[in-house]
Design a protein around this ligand. Structure first.
Ligand SMILES: [Zn+2]
Length: 187
């Protein structure tokens, strides 16, 4: 009997560790769908006072020349040409302070620090977004279908969303750091 229990325990160990990994990935910030809704609706609690952000998602349409003047070459390549930055190249991958991530193109608020998790991919990763932040489209650039997402205000490309993120959303918004600006809650 003891041996049987021992074997059962061994068999369930990898599953238990895998489950713990998923929970840890979300850092205990959100474990139920209601928690996710609360994070989305309460995003402004992480916005610094007098932060310079876009007041709405009213469309911002600029010419390519205007975007080139406004953005660094790296940000232009990602946002306006659907480029992908080198993994591990963005300091925002390790940003852990409370605050809000806005679009580098138009300053529309996109994510909060409470929506971020460490995916280990080398790109800033989030399990949900501020409501209305993005539009999506299917992308077949790597043959396999991927879901591309872009800023609802300026149309700038930010990344791709995958379904292997932490529970309960199981989403992983894999975002180019160069397409984001971080506004800490307290400077
Ligand atoms: Zn934008």
């Amino acid at each position: 009997m003891q041996r049987r229990n021992f074997l059962t325990g061994i068999a369930s160990l990898p599953l238990a560790l895998w489950g713990a990994h998923r929970v840890l990935a979300a850092a205990g910030k959100a474990s139920t769908p209601a928690d996710i809704t609360a994070l989305q609706n309460g995003w402004k609690t992480l916005l610094a006072a007098n932060a310079d952000v876009a007041p709405s998602a009213a469309p911002l349409n600029l010419s390519n020349d205007e975007w080139k003047k406004r953005l660094t070459p790296e940000a232009y390549h990602v946002l306006r040409e659907e480029g992908t930055e080198r993994p591990g190249s963005s300091p925002l991958d390790h940003e852990k302070r409370p605050g809000v991530f806005v679009c580098a193109g138009c300053r529309l608020p996109l994510f909060t620090s409470a929506m971020k998790f460490d995916s280990g991919t080398g790109w800033p990763s989030f399990f949900t977004t501020i409501p209305g932040a993005f539009g999506e489209k299917s992308d077949y650039a790597l043959i396999l279908k991927r879901t591309e997402y872009h800023c609802a205000r300026c149309g700038g490309h930010h990344g791709h969303v995958f379904d292997d993120g932490p529970a309960p959303t199981n989403l992983r918004y894999c975002n180019n750091g160069v397409a984001l600006r971080f506004i800490p809650k307290t400077a």
